[in-house]
Design a protein around this ligand. Structure first.
Ligand code: B16
Ligand code: MG
Length: 214
């Protein structure tokens, strides 16, 4: 790769684990439609935007609903989800996150978030790590959700960097696919099922060393 200038992090599953909260909220939504929804179904939704997640749930149950009902379900799912993460705090950061942010900052490496979540800024504030990031691209700032590379390309552009100067950390197949399609170095974290899609795999961020990319 070119000289490393930035680290771009996915949020859910890399910085913090809120996937269980998404699961509980989607399970409630799916079951209100009579669609059974278990953890294995939730795997299909990791890194997937809110709208596309509900579409996938409807496909799962071979159901069609009106636009009004669709939009109402998006709102109620999000209200339930946001309510369930109110107590999130810095102790919920995944292993190695805080020390990597601090080390990268001290070395002048730029930091970014590339998340499908429209709640990304809210979550970063709850975790009290929002001040670390030079750029936050989230589900509000993209036209094409992951696996399209737009979220990461917008991040690199905002940092005035080329993709080859940035590492992307991801826990979802859609995110690794997006990063590779954009020309980034893609590191998979915490999800061995996607290791082969990525350039490198780590169980968590304590295994990543900035020195190796200096
Ligand atoms: P929201 P990431 C993704 O975040 C989650 O992995 C996915 O489960 C969720 O549906 C999506 O954000 C949208 O989230 O409903 O909060 O806008 O992994 O891309 O940071
Ligand atoms: Mg994720």
């Amino acid at each position: 790769m070119d000289k490393l200038k930035a680290l771009i992090f996915d949020l859910d599953g890399v910085i913090v684990t809120t996937e269980h909260n998404h699961f509980i909220a989607w399970k409630r939504t799916a079951e209100s439609l009579g669609i059974p929804f278990e953890e294995e179904h939730n795997e299909l939704l990791k890194g997937v935007s809110r709208v596309d997640s509900l579409k996938k749930i409807l496909e799962l149950g071979s159901k069609t609903i009106s636009t009004e009902e669709f939009n109402a379900l998006l709102i109620s799912k999000n209200e339930f989800y946001v309510d369930s993460i109110q107590d999130l705090n810095q102790s919920d950061l995944l292993p190695g996150v805080l020390s990597l942010l601090e080390e990268a900052r001290s070395k002048g490496i730029k930091l970014g978030i590339g998340s499908s979540s429209k709640n990304a800024n809210f979550i970063l504030k709850l975790l009290k790590i929002d001040h670390f990031f030079d750029v936050v691209i989230d589900g509000n700032g993209v036209e094409h959700p992951k696996p399209h590379p737009e979220v990461f390309l917008n991040g690199a552009k905002a940092l005035s960097l080329a993709p080859a100067e940035c590492i992307v950390f991801e826990d979802a197949a859609s995110g690794i696919t997006a990063a590779k399609a954009g020309g980034f170095i893609a590191i998979a974290v915490g999800n061995p099922n996607i290791a082969e899609l990525a350039d490198t795999y780590f169980n968590d961020l304590t295994e990543f060393s900035l020195e190796a990319y200096a």
